[in-house]
Design a protein around this ligand. Structure first.
Ligand SMILES: Cc1cc2nc3c(=O)[nH]c(=O)nc-3n(C[C@H](O)[C@H](O)[C@H](O)COP(=O)(O)O)c2cc1C
Ligand code: SF4
Length: 431
């Protein structure tokens, strides 16, 4: 099979690749130099190349990257910005930090190329504060790049220059939402902004801004180095490229695996991650981070990790952070834990989110404690109806989707918990 011959591009097994000399010795910064020095590579051409590659965002929503860049208005001589989203807050997701640790120059080069394409004057890399070690590693790499003339004024002896800043987040999930991230960089509380206007119209300090995920930008030098056609042939045709699959939960070999997009879920679990722990049977898979609807074991046959296949199966690609759950998993407890997370992380601006996440927790908690009523299940679904698509940002949707789909797909398990039982259940559910 093709994936067995795949050679890693984002995280190649090259010792000490984070050292700029090693990175350069393996072709690093050549794509940047080519784009900046060859007059054929105008910003417009770079945007067209990224569009032709089919690259889609790796931060969760899977939006087409080249198209997003093309939303930036024509330059007016005033500042405009690129934000790099390294907040990595979606539970089950731990792949961006691998780039920050093992291949930070690939991200720096990708961000510089993106800044050139959208004509940004400054780049802000927003990294969650808990990633202290990874921030240090990244800052070391940034200093090396600055010393070599890749950051600052007259990059590669051209007229192109860009400032580069690292901003440390304080560890709130909402800071990863693009408009909240901008508020946070501006020194304010991370409250999401109402859209429209979108960031390309009114972003950081009211100026045009593009926001991309760390992994998304790390793909850009590969597209320039090898060409859009080459890139678009990797993996799934409508969602191409390498993917960092973060596999966790009840598998024998959890970890981050770089493979082409469109990998069969079964291959990822049984061949890549060594199968279900303890030889147990599979019960469910959360394919792309905690907000993506879980699939039952009998729903995953033939399903591949790309937007189209997962949508057809009733889920989403998200961040490709796959959580594997075995047959002994208590789905009520899993869902309660997820709901508690979103309740805790709601910024509280919108009533359906602030109140809705609280009600979801309250009802799920009483079901988990054996005090639920059969009517609670429909009540949960009604609350989801009142949350989805009615708020400033998508956190409310992210909170509602797992509830809706877990209750629907594991309804018997939830109903059984709402029937009177002779089995004692713990009075309090540890979180
Ligand atoms: C509540 C919430 C949290 C988010 N957290 C992250 C995050 O931690 N990292 C990230 O890249 N995108 C996150 N996103 C998505 C961003 O808003 C944005 O779509 C993304 O960074 C765009 O990058 P991309 O187009 O390269 O995927 C989050 C969205 C929401 C609604
Ligand atoms: S949906 Fe939730 S997190 Fe998003 S702005 Fe509204 S209250 Fe805040």
């Amino acid at each position: 099979m093709e994936w067995k011959r795949y050679r890693a591009l984002l995280l190649p097994p090259i010792p000490n690749l984070r050292d700029i000399s090693v990175y350069e010795a393996h072709g690093g910064y050549e794509a940047l130099r080519r784009v900046l020095t060859d007059p054929a590579w105008s910003p417009e051409r770079l945007i067209e190349e990224v569009k032709a590659s089919g690259l889609r965002g790796r931060g969760g929503a899977g939006f087409a990257t080249g198209l997003k860049w093309s939303f930036m208005p024509p330059p007016d001589g005033r500042p405009r910005y690129l934000c790099v989203n390294g907040d990595e807050s979606e539970p089950g997701t731990f792949k961006d930090r691998q780039i920050l640790e093992y291949n930070p120059h690939l991200l720096i080069e990708g961000a510089l190329l993106a800044a050139y394409a959208i004509r940004a004057s400054a780049i802000y890399v927003y990294i969650r504060g808990e990633y202290a070690d990874w921030i240090d590693r990244f800052e070391e790499a940034l200093e090396q790049a600055r010393a070599r003339g890749y950051v600052g004024a007259r990059i590669c002896d051209t007229d192109f220059g860009v400032a580069f800043y690292v901003h440390k987040g304080a560890g709130a999930y909402i800071c990863g939402e693009e408009s909240a991230l901008m508020e946070s960089i501006e020194g304010k509380r991370a409250y999401p902004r109402q859209k429209p206007p979108f960031p390309a119209q009114r972003g950081l300090w009211g100026r045009p801004t593009t926001i991309n995920n760390v992994e998304t930008l790390a793909n850009v030098p590969l597209i320039v180095r090898h060409g859009a056609q080459w890139y678009s042939r990797i993996g799934a045709p409508k969602h191409p490229g390498p993917i960092l699959y973060g596999i966790s939960g009840h598998v024998n070999r959890p970890g981050v695996y770089e493979l082409p997009s469109g990998m069969p879920i079964e291959t990822l679990i049984y061949e890549i991650a060594g199968g279900v722990r303890g030889g147990k049977r599979l019960k469910a898979v959360i394919p792309g981070g905690s907000s993506t609807p879980p699939l039952r074991a009998d729903q995953i046959a033939g399903i591949t990790m790309d937007a189209e296949s997962l949508r057809a199966a009733g889920s989403m690609m998200g961040t490709a952070g796959m959580v594997v759950l075995d047959e002994d998993t208590d789905m009520v407890r899993v869902l309660l834990r997820i709901a508690e997370f979103y309740h805790h992380e709601s910024c509280g601006q919108c009533t359906p989110c602030r109140e809705g996440t609280g009600w979801l927790v309250k009802i799920l908690r009483r079901i988990a404690q054996g005090e639920g009523k059969p009517s609670d299940l429909d009540l949960l679904l009604q609350i989801c109806d009142q949350m989805e698509g009615r708020t400033i940002c998508a956190l409310a949707d992210a909170a509602a989707w797992p509830v809706r789909h877990t209750v629907q797909r594991f309804r018997e398990e939830f109903e059984a918990r709402c029937r009177p039982s002779l089995v004692a259940v713990p009075e309090t559910i540890p979180s």
